[in-house]
Design a protein around this ligand. Structure first.
Ligand code: NAD
Ligand code: IPM
Ligand code: MN
Length: 365
């Protein structure tokens, strides 16, 4: 019998809705594999601001650090949008990622056969897409100094940020990316803006240097503007993409739409040691929060990544992934991936029941 401590950070908006489904699924998949979970639920983001006045309470970070894995829903909302920087929900999430040292963010985008028709792209373009964005998560313009507000020589207000990468930050994310590509189809595309930005010039140099350690991986480089275009033109050319924090943020949202919906994309954030952080790539979706419309699959698939990358419980991860496929096979859909002839689904009632059933009684395929 194995036991793990899991920190649950539901956060804001649809965060608590998707976390409650994911928690049920995790518990059930675990029970099939003789795994027991102890959950500790802690506040983060707007929820923490309302409760204790900061977006990442010390106790939340400390509980997270001492657990085996951290599962986050989403943070943010209109209510806190005009807060000062240090009192924004988003700042809490960045502090959490930095505090856990999770510099490597894996964001897979896979077009499932069941959802080809949900993609906005032509079937022949979307069909079979299976790529992995390896996003650097604790550096770059999100964290670089100097940053802030000031005034220029005309007395005009200015806001400024700095894109900065040190060699060790590039090397460690590049290493993860090469290892990831090696285990996939052996193709790595490094995305940068080395025609303009010094930080990208260093990025390209270090990634190129590392290629000699990986003769089995085919390395290419692409400017980010072209990459944004190529992702829509011919997404199947990509296997593994490695890129900086901000480009990875943008390209992974773009990649999500190949799969049908941002509500489908999970992520795993890993560091050198300590617990991983697992979260859907979407936000708190304030436009649909509280309406029982959120697609929980991005979070459910994040739980599968938690089992695989965080706890090395591959069998339990697979149980969850097949349950998701089975649920889709049965025709159940949330509004975001709804297409003609499919049943729209009320998340708490219908979907969790179907999924729970699927997990308890694996499909006889
Ligand atoms: P968003 O991802 O929250 O929503 C974008 C659009 O996608 C919305 O129309 C939303 O309804 C839809 N959507 C997102 N997730 C969905 C799901 N699971 N099922 C169905 N539809 C879904 O991005 P946004 O609107 O730009 O940001 C809203 C808030 O979330 C902001 O405060 C932002 O800072 C925050 N945010 C947080 C995270 C995070 O917690 N990791 C990520 C992105 C944005
Ligand atoms: C994400 C989000 C976050 C990011 C925000 C909310 C800080 O967009 O997880 O993709 O930019 O990393
Ligand atoms: Mn994002």
């Amino acid at each position: 019998r194995r036991e793990y401590n899991i920190t649950l950070l539901p956060g804001d908006g649809i965060g608590p809705e998707v976390i409650s489904v994911a928690k049920k699924v995790l518990t059930l998949a675990g029970s099939q594999q003789g795994i027991e979970f102890q959950f500790k639920e802690m506040p983060v983001g707007g929820a923490a601001l309302d409760l204790v006045g900061v977006p990442l309470p010390d106790e939340t970070l400390s509980v997270a650090k001492h657990s085996h894995a951290v599962l986050l829903g989403a943070i943010g909302g209109y209510k806190w949008d005009n807060n000062e920087k240090h009192l924004k929900p988003e700042t809490g999430l960045l502090q959490l990622r930095a505090g856990l040292g999770v510099f490597a963010n894996l964001r897979p985008a896979t077009v499932l056969p069941q959802l080809v028709d949900s993609s906005t792209l032509k079937k022949e373009v979307a069909e079979g897409v299976d790529l992995m964005v390896v996003r650097e998560l604790t550096g770059g313009i999100y964290f670089g100094h100097p940053r802030g507000f000031s005034t220029n020589e005309n007395g005009e207000e200015i806001g400024f940020n700095t894109e900065v990468y040190a060699t060790y930050e590039i090397d460690r994310i590049a290493r993860i990316a090469f290892e990831t590509a090696r285990k996939r189809r052996g193709k790595l595309c490094s995305v940068d803006k080395a025609n303009v930005l010094e930080a990208s010039m260093l990025w390209r140099k270090r990634v190129t240097m590392m290629a000699s350690d990986y003769p089995d991986v085919e390395l290419t480089h692409m400017y980010v503007d072209n990459a944004a275009m190529q992702l829509i033109r011919d997404p199947k050319q990509f296997d593994t993409i490695v890129t900086n924090n901000i480009f990875g943020d943008i390209l992974s949202d773009e990649a999500s739409m190949l799969t049908g919906s941002i509500g489908m994309l999970p992520s795993a954030s890993l560091g050198e040691s300590g617990p991983g952080l697992f979260e859907p790539i979407h936000g708190s979706a304030p436009d649909i929060a509280g309406q029982d419309k959120a697609n929980p699959l991005a979070t459910v698939l994040s739980v599968a990544m938690l089992l695989r990358y965080g706890l090395h419980e591959e069998n339990a991860a697979r149980i969850i992934e097949s349950a998701v496929l089975e649920t889709l096979n049965k025709g159940f859909r949330t509004g975001d991936i709804f297409s003609a002839g499919k049943k729209d689904l009320k998340l708490e009632i219908l979907m969790s029941r179907v999924r729970v059933k699927t997990i308890q009684e694996p499909a006889s395929s």
